[in-house]
Design a protein around this ligand. Structure first.
Ligand SMILES: [Mn+2]
Length: 255
């Protein structure tokens, strides 16, 4: 039997002023290359548990800023695109992810959301804290590469098999106080936290950089999506074989 293709939910941007939900296509492409079926998750969904129960894995995508009120932060002139509906859906999904152990790749805003859901806080505007020696985005709001250094011995270092690499950076906020149970897995050269992971979770990696931007040409970044989907495939196979065994047992009882 061919391996079942996992359904990978991907959060989208909030409703735009011209009345659209959207998501950069490279998130979808990276999940498809890995063998998953992308399912877009727009804000406004109220049946979060029912939705969640049909997904095999989740990509918490990047986007605008989380409401600082959710982590005891302050409004800052640079805070942009705050969207209460998006915050509500993603906080709900993240709580499900944490309580039900669903494999999850959290990217940029998604990584910040995981941290906030676990009681952590964010730097409202990173250049206020670390200066501008390392650019984490280009004006007005464009991606730029910088070096990322993984922490030796972390799950992420084991997964990627390489401690230092260039990654696409596109953020002006970052993790400040680290949430409960999270382990820091990467830094930028200026000390900014660039990844966290949750060792008690089945598979949860949260990266501040944007692997989807370079995954098509950089196998290291595609590996994050590949590993997510492979983990979900293994779960599906285990569930199927358990079901097969149970059915075989029931048939045996009848015979
Ligand atoms: Mn960065």
């Amino acid at each position: 039997m061919a391996a079942a293709q996992p359904l990978i939910g991907i959060t989208t941007y909030g409703r735009s002023e011209d009345d659209k939900y959207s998501l950069p296509t490279n998130y979808v492409s990276a999940v498809r290359r890995a063998g998953g079926i992308p399912v877009l998750l727009p804000p406004g969904e109220s049946s979060i548990e029912a939705l969640f129960d049909r997904l095999d894995g989740i990509v918490l995508a990047g986007g605008g800023d989380i409401d600082p009120g959710l982590y005891g932060g302050q409004m800052h002139p640079e805070v942009y695109m705050v969207d209460p509906d998006r915050d509500l859906l993603e906080l709900g999904l993240t709580r499900q992810i944490l309580s039900k152990d669903l494999p999850t790749l959290a990217i940029c805003r998604g990584a910040q959301m995981v941290n906030v859901a676990l009681g952590g806080s964010l730097h409202e505007h990173l250049p206020d804290v670390v200066g501008d020696e390392i650019a984490h985005r280009l004006p007005p709001r464009e991606p730029t590469p910088h070096v990322v250094n993984l922490v030796e011995g972390t799950g992420l270092a084991g997964l990627l098999g390489q401690l230092t690499f260039d990654a696409a950076s596109w953020h002006h906020q970052a993790i400040h106080r680290v949430g409960r149970g999270l382990a820091v897995a990467a830094h930028a050269p200026d000390g900014t936290i660039e990844a966290v992971e949750l060792p008690d979770h089945r598979w949860l990696f949260a990266v501040q950089w944007h692997p989807e931007l370079t995954a098509e040409v950089d196998p290291l970044q595609q590996a994050l999506f590949d590993e997510l989907v492979e983990t979900c495939e293994r779960e599906l196979e285990e569930t199927h074989s358990e079901t097969d065994n149970r059915l075989a047992g029931e048939q045996g009882d009848e015979a």
